[in-house]
Each structure stands twice: as C-alpha cells, then as structure tokens.
Design a protein around this ligand. Structure first.
Ligand code: ASP
Ligand code: MG
Length: 472
C-alpha cells in the first residue's frame, strides 16, 4: 500500500469534463489500494477573477464584484449539477458554495466601504477559489463512491503572516499533518485539500504566492511521508523547451530535482520554483502528468540526473527583462559595493535572475524583470550616491529589450566543452552574447541576448537538447 499525493492544477479542475477525469484518476488509485491525498487549485481563471473583484471593490464598483460572485456561482453550480444527482450530497455542497460566496460579497463590501484592501483581506478573498474547487471536487468524488472530504489547508499548513507570499512554519506544519491528516488516511478518507493557501497560527488565511498549489502539493507529500507526488496538469510532462517557441519540443522522460529547479526558476511554467524544496531532502519522487492524457507516463523528477550524450536537456527563455550594469574604476578592490547594490535592488522589490562580474572588477551586471527596473535603478543610485559623486562609480546603466536564455543539464558538471559547444552554436547562428553566468551548481548556463535574437538562440540550442530525447 502506497501513499500518493496528487495535485491537480487549474485546468485539471477547470471544467466538468476535467473533473470527471480527476475523479477517474483518483478512483483508480484508491481501487488499487493506495492512500491518496488530493490537493487542488482553483478552477482555471478563478484566482484572476477574485483578484479582479478586490480591485473592483477598492474602486467602489459594487456591480463589478457582485457580478464576479454571480459568475463564480454559475460556474461551480454547473459542475455540481452536471456531475452529481439531487440529494443530500448535492444540497450540502450547493449550500457550502452559497456560504463561501456570501462571505466573498461581505468582504468585498467591507473593502468597498473602506476604499482600500489590505494584503490580509486580499488573501482571504483570493483563497475562495481553492475553497470552492475543493468542495465541489470532493462532492463529485463522493458521488462516485470515493470517501472524499474537503479541507481548508490552513488547518494543517501553518505559515507566517506575510500575506500574499507566506512562508510555512515547518515544524508546526509537520506536526499537524502527522497528527491530524495522516489519521484521516488511516480511516480510509481521501482528503481533498485546498492548494495555495495556509493560515497563521491564529487562523488568518494566507496564500503562498501565485502558482503556489504545486508548493502545497510538495509540502503535503513531504510531511505525510508520501511515496510519490504527482503534479497533474494539462501537458504530458516537462518539455525540452517551450512548444510555443519550437513546436518540436518533446517531453523529457526524466529529470533531476536540481535541473527542474533551474527550469522553473528561469520561467519554464512547469512548476512553482519552490516545489522541489520540501521533497528534496526526503527524496520523494515526483511526476508531472497530464490529466487529459493519463496513459502518458509523464516526466519523472527525482534525485537521479540521467546523463545524456548531448548533456543539454532543456532550454528556456525569459523575456521582458533588463540588464543593469554598475561600473567604475573606483570599485576595484572595494568590498561591499556589490552587496549594497543587491540590497538596494531587493528593497526596490526586484528579484535578481542572474549576476555576472568579470575579474577586472570594473563592472558587474545583473538581470531583473522590466517592471521593476526603474525602481531598482533609483534605489541603487540612492544607495551609491556618495560613490557616484566621487566618480568611483560611473553610474548605473540599464539595457532593455534583452532576454535571458538558460540551458539546463546536470551533466555539465565535470563535462568539459559544454559551454564551448553552446557558444560555438551561438556564434554559428550569428547571436551576440551580451553577458554570461554559470551557477556553481554547474547545472545550467545562462546568458543575455538581444530580444530580437531569442527565437534563433532557443531554436539552435534546442537542437542540442533534442538529439538526446527519444521520440514518443
Ligand atoms: N490558484 C492559484 C493561482 O492561480 C494557485 C495555483 O493555481 O497554483 O495562482
Ligand atoms: Mg499552477
């Protein structure tokens, strides 16, 4: 008997058809004698709608949030009406939906009166998506004779009070999962938990950040000591590159935790970047699989990095980024300038994607998302005002319209010539490389190219990745 945690994403619970697939998948696993923990996202698009309703409420648009509530009611009712029969089970879940939606309206009314939304009240509102979906999925499962019960994850997943991107309290979360969730499995119950949300110790609802349900899935898998975590989504697995850039993209049969972590960090929308963190130490294998094609084995993510002869397994690209360069002769041998620059960048709310410094120490550069670059520049200029006045630092340059391309493959460690091969390929394709960085994990190489070169760059490097992947 195995314990399997299954997380279903927004499209996997986004329609009556999708939910029927979910019920079949879980039903089959239960019939085979497994203990199953289910973690669900909100129905696709619902989190965005809820965020919209917070905005409408703050702007005083009562009609806007009321109509959001009505749309949510219709969409969730449709599932219940199509997939269950009249009776107590249906009545109970329709009642639950009503209670949640009336709370939604009340909270929006409060924002409307105050004219602004605090992060705390926003979190309570966006959490309704998962609270609704978990209840309807559990009800449809019960209709299919699965002993399912919906739970708000905040009962188990305890976090700090950084609303909007809360951090789990590991000890308390582990304790509650062991003491309160695992016994449910022992009783033959299939818990259907809300992804994405947690709660502070005193019960205030928090969220883990957009796309956080994957992370929730990993947390529940880790602390229930699951034998496997399956992330059910709407693609067959982790791909060699974004199929929108190259249609030849293929599903990788396997990839390591470290490799998939790099991919997620560099924008491949497969997994929330923090997902591997909780399961890494426990070595719990994770699979990415397709709810709409459950026969496909998907991608196995584990400790093992299977070597491939081309070394490079996948290529990703991040658009809409800017390269910030700090330069000046007075920086040579002066400690602290880089540190202060990065702190100033962090204060501006800008996340750094890659960093590069040549050993001449006369400049260093790093990449941030476009939307934060102006704030970052201003914040650095303020921090280094003295150095700039003394001309130790010449100034802060920003180069826009660039992209970061990353090639990933754990075999780079200890395989000489991979970087050579990458840059020769780029040279042969007339791509000018603006900056380069390789992490100490030696599992990826990232570089900055002009935005206009992005297709050419990805296609030519993807050729190297494709050579190593079998065609399904
Ligand atoms: N529903 C949340 C979001 O859209 C969390 C998730 O789906 O992972 O961001
Ligand atoms: Mg997601």
């Amino acid at each position: 008997m195995q314990t399997i945690t299954m997380k279903f994403g927004g499209t996997s619970v986004g329609s009556p058809e999708a939910i029927s697939n979910v019920v079949n998948i879980v039903g089959e696993a239960v019939a085979q004698g497994n203990r199953v923990i289910v973690v669900v996202s909100a129905m696709s698009g619902v989190t965005d709608q809820l965020i919209g309703s917070v905005r409408e409420a703050a702007a005083g648009n009562r009609w806007g949030y009321l109509s959001c509530s009505q749309k949510l009611r219709d969409r969730h009712h449709e599932v219940v009406n199509l997939l269950t029969v009249p009776g107590k089970n249906r009545g109970d879940v329709l009642n639950d939906i009503e209670i949640l939606l009336s709370q939604h309206t009340e909270l929006c009314n409060a924002i409307n009166i105050l004219g602004e939304a605090t992060p705390r009240i926003s979190d309570s509102i966006v959490a309704f998506g998962e609270r609704l979906s978990s209840r309807i999925v559990a009800a449809v499962m019960r209709h299919a004779r699965i002993n399912a019960r919906a739970f708000d994850a905040g009962q188990f997943l305890v976090t700090d009070d950084r609303f909007g991107s809360a951090t789990p309290n590991w000890e308390e979360t582990e304790r509650r999962i062991q003491n309160a969730l695992v016994p449910l499995l022992d009783q033959g119950i299939v818990p259907v938990l809300t992804g994405f949300i947690g709660a502070t110790p005193d019960g205030q609802i928090t969220t883990l950040g957009r796309g956080g349900s994957d992370y929730s899935g990993a947390i529940f898998a880790a602390y229930s000591n699951s034998d496997e975590l399956i992330i059910w989504t709407d693609v067959d697995g982790v791909m060699t590159t974004d199929p929108r850039i190259d249609r030849r993209a293929r599903v990788l049969p396997n990839i390591s935790y470290t490799e998939v972590g790099e991919l997620a960090f560099y924008g491949a929308k497969v997994l929330h970047p923090k997902t591997v963190q909780p399961i890494l130490n426990k070595g719990i294998p994770m699979r990415v699989r397709n709810t709409f094609n459950p026969k496909h084995p998907g991608t196995l993510i584990s400790e093992v990095a299977e070597p491939t002869h081309t070394v490079i397994k996948a290529v990703t690209a991040v658009r809409n980024v800017s390269l910030v360069t700090v330069q000046g002769k007075g920086m040579i041998g002066v400690p602290g300038i880089a540190g202060r620059t990065f702190l100033a960048t962090a204060r501006a709310g800008a996340n750094i994607l890659m960093i590069s410094q040549a050993s001449s120490e006369q400049n260093f550069c790093f990449v941030v998302m476009n939307e934060r670059v102006e704030q970052a520049k201003a914040s650095i200029e303020e921090e280094l005002a003295k150095e700039i006045a003394r001309q130790d630092v010449d100034g802060i340059d920003v180069m826009q319209k660039v992209s970061v391309v990353t090639v990933v493959g754990a075999g780079m460690r200890g395989t000489p010539g991979v970087a050579g091969r990458v840059f020769t390929t780029l040279g042969n394709n007339d791509v000018n490389v603006i900056a380069i960085a390789q992490g100490a994990s030696e599992c990826s190489i990232s570089f900055v190219v002009d935005e206009t070169n992005i297709e050419r760059t990805v296609l030519s490097l993807h050729d190297l990745a494709l050579e190593a992947v079998p065609v399904h």
